[in-house]
Design a protein around this ligand. Structure first.
Ligand SMILES: [Zn+2]
Length: 175
């Protein structure tokens, strides 16, 4: 069930899951088999394994049994003859996101029907987080622009950035 919600396929797998009674959260740990053959995420060419990213990262996932759920993983790196060392993206993440794809999709579904403030309470995450998810789905060019601050000339990006900062009236998510 958990593997399915994370879109994990062989060679990715769940190494463990644990309930944290102090924080009242569920932690799920994901790994990839040591002998997994991984293609270069940039060019699709064959690669050699090149260890793992230095620190474990965490992503907010959809609630499990009404408890917030977090996924933890150290993604592998590969060395491509053409592209050099590349960080592999996990199946459940969009690059540079701190939320799983399922969580983002669920958040978008909630925000179609309820105001962001209420969605924030339902999803137990802050409004700024929801605003950033909305930005990425409604205006994909924001993603590229957000990686190079100050370079965006997209008008809708500017509008959404203002909304994100609470300087304009909150529009509804596009259906
Ligand atoms: Zn490559």
């Amino acid at each position: 069930m958990l593997a399915g919600s994370l879109d994990l396929e062989e060679e990715w797998y769940i190494t463990g899951a644990k309930f944290d009674p102090v924080k009242s959260v569920i932690n799920v740990y994901v790994g990839i088999r040591e002998d997994a053959v991984i293609v270069c995420p940039r060019c699709g060419g064959s690669t050699k394994r090149y260890g793992y990213e230095p620190t474990e990262r965490s992503w907010r996932h959809a609630d499990c049994l009404f408890y917030p759920c977090y996924v933890h993983c150290r993604c592998p790196r590969v060395k491509c003859d053409k592209c050099g060392v590349q960080q592999v993206t996990a199946p459940f993440e969009r690059q540079n996101s701190r939320h799983t794809l399922l969580f983002e999709g669920y958040a978008m579904m909630i925000m179609e029907d309820v105001p962001r403030r209420k969605a924030s309470r339902l999803l137990r995450c802050n409004e700024k987080t929801l605003a950033s998810i909305l930005l990425l789905y409604i205006c994909p060019s924001f993603l590229a622009a957000s990686q190079r601050p100050g370079t965006s000339r997209c008008l809708s990006c500017t509008m959404w950035r203002q909304w994100s900062d609470g300087r304009s009236q909150e529009p509804r998510a596009r259906r």
